[in-house]
Ligand binder design. Structure first.
Ligand code: COA
Length: 651
C-alpha cells in the first residue's frame, strides 16, 4: 500500500471489478465497490471470499487474513457518495462508450479529491471517455488482465489529456498492488498485448484459410517449437471464438485499417461453435478438457510466418514511441505467458527472412504487414541485448553454460535485479542448443551467495505496504527458482564459500550441489526473526526429511561442508584447491549423456514427490516410451551391441 492513496473506489463489481477490488484490499487499501444493485454487490463479495479462500488454501495468505481483507471492502449503490472522499477511482463497467461516459461524468464530478481516475477498458478509446470527465488530466487507462487476482501485468494507457503526474501516480499505485506496469504512451487499439496477439491470430487464420497449414499444425509448432504455452487456436477456443472475433472486428478493424475482421472466426460464430464454452470450436472440449496437440504435427510449419507478424506489430509500437522495447517485451511475456518477449526472437532471424515473409503476407493481407524499420534494424544486429547483465555474468563454454553471481562486494547477495537477470539467463541458456549443462556459481573468493540482499528488507520494513511487498518479493524468488528447477537441462550449483539463506535455496533448486571443503551452508533467516522465503521449508524438508530440516532452519547455524554432506544437503565435497576442475569434470560427465533422456529423467524424478506412486509410475512409463522416438536411444542401443562409446546428439 502507498500512503498517498487511502481510499480506492471500484465502480462495477463484475469479473474485472471484483477482482481489482480484491487486489486493492489485499494490498491494504480500504475499498468501496459500487454497482447498480445490492444483489450484484453481494455476489461480488461472495466471489471475493471464494477467491481469498483459494489464496489461503494455496498458502499465499493466512486463513485469518480472509476476514481481515474482506473487512476492508465496503459496498454501495450510491456512486456519488462513494466517490466523494476517494483518492483513486477505477471503473470496470460494461464495455460501452455511452455507459462509460455516463459513469465518468457522475463519478468525476463527485470525486473532487481523487488524483487518479482510471478506466479498466480493453476496447473503448480513452479520449472518447475523457470528454465526459471533469478534470481529464486525472484520467487514464489502467488495464488489468483477467483474472486480476492472478495476472501480474497492468497496462497504463496515457490519453491525450492525461498529465505526467497522473501517469506517474497511477504507475505507483499499480505497483503498490504488486503489479508489473507497462506504459502505453498513446491510446492505440488493443494497447500492447491484445494488439500483438490479434495480429498473430489474424495471420494464423489466414494461413489456415489459404490451406497452407491446419490449426493443429500451427498450434503444435507454436507449442513445441516456439515455446508458446498454448497454441493460438487453442487459445482462441479457450477465450471464446466470438470474443476473439469481436476484438478483431470491433476493437481493432473499426479503429485501425491495418487490421481486418477475421472471417474464418465469423463462420464458426455463425455456426454457434464458440470454443471451449460450447464444447466445440477448432477443437473438441469434452467436459472442458484441454485438447491434446500432437508434438510432431507442426514439424513442417514455418513458424516465422506466424511469429514475424507479431514481432512486426510489436516493433511498430516501439518505433512510434508508443511503448519502450522493454515494456513491449515485458507485456508480451506476462500477458501471453511467453518464454520471452516477442522481439526476443530477433536474434534467431535475418533481415532477408523478415522481408520475404512480410512481403508475401503484405501482398495477401495489406499494409498491416509492411516491415517495421525498427524490426529490420534489430534483426540486423542479432544480439542487441548482449551486455544486458549487470549483477550476473553469463559465460558460454559449450557444452557448459555458466551463470556467475556477480556481486562479490555483497558476497553475491541476491537483489531483485539479480533475480530478473537469473530468470533471463536461465531461459537463454536453456534455449541454446550448444549448452548441455548449466553451472551456477559465485564470483569472488568468499561466497556462492549469502542470500537475499538484506538492504531490500530494510526498504520493505520502511514502506507502508510491508506485507504485500514482502509477499511479492518472496513470490518472485519462488517464481524464478521454480524456473531454474524446471529447466530441462541439468543444473549444477558450484559452491565455494558461503551458501546461506536464499543462496542455499538457489542451490537447492539445482540438480546437484558440489561444494569446496571450506564452504559453509545454512538457513540463518531465523536469526533475523524471519523464516526462509525462497523455498527451503519445502525443498530442504523433501531433501533431508522434516527433523533434519527443522534442525537447519530452527537453529540457523552455519554448517560446515562435511557435515552438510553427511546431512544430505550437499552431493559432493571437493578440496578448495581443485574446486573448479572438479566442477568442470562433473559437468562434462553430464554433458556426455543423452540430453532428451536426461530431461525426461529430471522431469520424472521432480514429479515423484508431488504425485501418487501410481500416477508417477504411469508417467515414468509414458516418458520412457516417448524416448523410443529419439535417435539417441537407437544410437545407445546400437553402440551397446557394437561395443563402442555412444554419441548422443539430442535428437
Ligand atoms: N545482504 C546484503 N548484504 C550482505 C548480506 C546480505 N544477505 N550478507 C552480507 N552482506 C554484506 C555485509 O553487509 C558486508 O557489507 P559491507 O562491507 O558494506 O559492510 C559485506 O557483505 C561483507 O559481509 P560481512 O558481514 O562484513 O562479512 P563477514 O565475513 O563478517 O560475515 C556472513 C559473512 C555471511 C557470515 C555475514 O555477512 C552474514 O551473516 N550475512 C547475512 C546472511 C544472512 O542472514 N542471509 C539470509 C538473508 S535472508
Amino acid at each position: 500500500m502507498s500512503a498517498q492513496f487511502g481510499k480506492v473506489v471500484v465502480i462495477g463489481a463484475g469479473t474485472m471489478g471484483h477482482g481489482i477490488a480484491q487486489v486493492a484490499a489485499m494490498s491494504g487499501y480500504s475499498v468501496t465497490m459500487v454497482d447498480l444493485s445490492d444483489e450484484i454487490l453481494r455476489r461480488a463479495l461472495e466471489r471475493i471470499r471464494w477467491s481469498l479462500s483459494k489464496f489461503a488454501e494455496w498458502g499465499r495468505i493466512r486463513p485469518d487474513d480472509v476476514d481481515k481483507i474482506i473487512s476492508r471492502i465496503s459496498t454501495t449503490t450510491d456512486l456519488e457518495s462513494a466517490c466523494t472522499d476517494a483518492d483513486v477511482v477505477i471503473e470496470a463497467v460494461f464495455e460501452d462508450l455511452k455507459v462509460k461516459q455516463d459513469t465518468w461524468s457522475r463519478a468525476s464530478r463527485a470525486a473532487r479529491k481523487a488524483r487518479i481516475l482510471g478506466t479498466n477498458t480493453s476496447s473503448i478509446p480513452i479520449d472518447d471517455q475523457a470528454s465526459a470527465v471533469e478534470g481529464p488530466e486525472r484520467f487514464l487507462g489502467i488495464h488489468f488482465f483477467n483474472p486480476p487476482q492472478l495476472m501480474q501485468l497492468v497496462e497504463i494507457i496515457v490519453g491525450s489529456k492525461t498529465s505526467d503526474e497522473t501517469r506517474k501516480l497511477a504507475t505507483e499505485f499499480a505497483r503498490s498492488l504488486g503489479k508489473t506496469v507497462v506504459t502505453v504512451y498513446r491510446d492505440v487499439p488493443g494497447f500492447i498485448v491484445s494488439r500483438v496477439l490479434t495480429r498473430i491470430e489474424e495471420v494464423a487464420c489466414h494461413l489456415v484459410e489459404k490451406g497452407k497449414y491446419t490449426p493443429v499444425q500451427i498450434d503444435s509448432a507454436l507449442k513445441y517449437r516456439a515455446g508458446f504455452p498454448m497454441g493460438v487456436f487453442e487459445l482462441i477456443d479457450y477465450i471464446g471464438i466470438d470474443i476473439t472475433y469481436n476484438v478483431s472486428s470491433k476493437v481493432m478493424a473499426e479503429r485501425d485499417k491495418t487490421f481486418r475482421p477475421i472471417e474464418l472466426l465469423k463462420r464458426y460464430v455463425e455456426r454457434g461453435e464458440l470454443g471451449a464454452k460450447t464444447g466445440k470450436g477448432f477443437y473438441e472440449w469434452p467436459g472442458g478438457a484441454r485438447p491434446t496437440i500432437p508434438q510432431d504435427a507442426g514439424k513442417d510449419v514455418d513458424i516465422w510466418y506466424i511469429i514475424i507478424p507479431g514481432m512486426n506489430e510489436a516493433a511498430r509500437l516501439v518505433e512510434q514511441g508508443i511503448a519502450t522495447h522493454e515494456d513491449v517485451e515485458t507485456a508480451i511475456k506476462l500477458g501471453l505467458n511467453l518464454p520471452k518477449g516477442v522481439l526476443g526472437y530477433a536474434a534467431e532471424l535475418t533481415a532477408e527472412k523478415v522481408r520475404s515473409v512480410l512481403s508475401e503476407l503484405r501482398a495477401e493481407l495489406g499494409e498491416g504487414y509492411d516491415p517495421s524499420p525498427y524490426l529490420l534494424s534489430i534483426v540486423a544486429q542479432p544480439r542487441p541485448a548482449a551486455a544486458k547483465y549487470e549483477e550476473i555474468e553469463v559465460r558460454r563454454e559449450p557444452p557448459i553454460g555458466w551463470i556467475v553471481l556477480n556481486r562479490s562486494h555483497r558476497l553475491n547477495a541476491i537483489s531483485p535485479k539479480m533475480l530478473d537477470e537469473l530468470e533471463d539467463a536461465i531461459s537463454e541458456l536453456a534455449a541454446d542448443r550448444a549448452v548441455k549443462v548449466i553451472v551456477i556459481t559465485g564470483s569472488g573468493e568468499r561466497a556462492f551467495s549469502v542470500g537475499a540482499d538484506i538492504t531490500t528488507f530494510s526498504e520493505i520494513l520502511s514502506s507502508e505496504s510491508k506485507v504485500p511487498m514482502a509477499f511479492w518479493f518472496s513470490v518472485r524468488f519462488n517464481e524464478v527458482f521454480r524456473k531454474i528447477e524446471r529447466t530441462p537441462k541439468p543444473v549444477v550449483a558450484a559452491i565455494d564459500g558461503y551458501a546461506l539463506g536464499g543462496g542455499l535455496e538457489l542451490a537447492l533448486v539445482c540438480d546437484f550441489r558440489i561444494a569446496s571443503d571450506r564452504s559453509e551452508v545454512g538457513q540463518p533467516e531465523i536469526r533475523l526473526g524471519l523464516i526462509p522465503g525462497g523455498g527451503a521449508t519445502q525443498r530442504l524438508t523433501r531433501l533431508i526429511g522434516p527433523s533434519k530440516a527443522k534442525q537447519v532452519i530452527f537453529f540457523g547455524d552455519r554448517i560446515k561442508a562435511d557435515e552438510a554432506l553427511r546431512l544430505g544437503i550437499l552431493d559432493k565435497v571437493v578440496p578448495a584447491e581443485s574446486f573448479e576442475r572438479e566442477v568442470r569434470e562433473f559437468a562434462m560427465k553430464l554433458a556426455e549423456l543423452p540430453p532428451i533422456a536426461l530431461a525426461a529423467a529430471k522431469e520424472a524424478i521432480n514429479t515423484a514427490l508431488n504425485v501418487s506412486i501410481d500416477d508417477g509410475l504411469r508417467y515414468e512409463s509414458s516418458l520412457s516410451a516417448l524416448l523410443f522416438s529419439t535417435k539417441d536411444l537407437a544410437e545407445g542401443v546400437s553402440a551397446f551391441f557394437s561395443k563402442r562409446k555412444p554419441e548422443f546428439k539430442g535428437e
